[in-house]
Write a new protein. Sequence first.
Length: 129
Amino acid sequence: MNRYGMMARDHWAMWLPARYATIEDPASFFSDLGNQAEQRIDQLAANLAGDDKPGEGYLGKAGRLGQARRQAEELVLTELILLPPEPGTSEEQDQGPASHPIGRPQTVTRDHPAWEQVHEEQQRRIHGD
């Protein structure tokens, strides 16, 4: 299973539990979904990047290709992988205070109730505890 399949599996298990429960073979389903997403991202990124520009240097091309890939991922992930949560699910059900439904860190400031826990986790990571 590629990273898109794993991302979908984790997202659906947390935010689409009823839909997830109806999947007969989750490993196969999410493997196929991940492959489908990867192929669509590759195709869309190539289309968005377009042809090489005359006189374009290495850094310019790398930037153009990287931006096209990020745009393609954003579009395809929103369409296939990171579907909106089912009614009844909420961020309070999240497994950890520093995670977000789409896998990006949530900002936790000192006045946030989870500040101390997040701060301790980060300190353990930094110091290798």
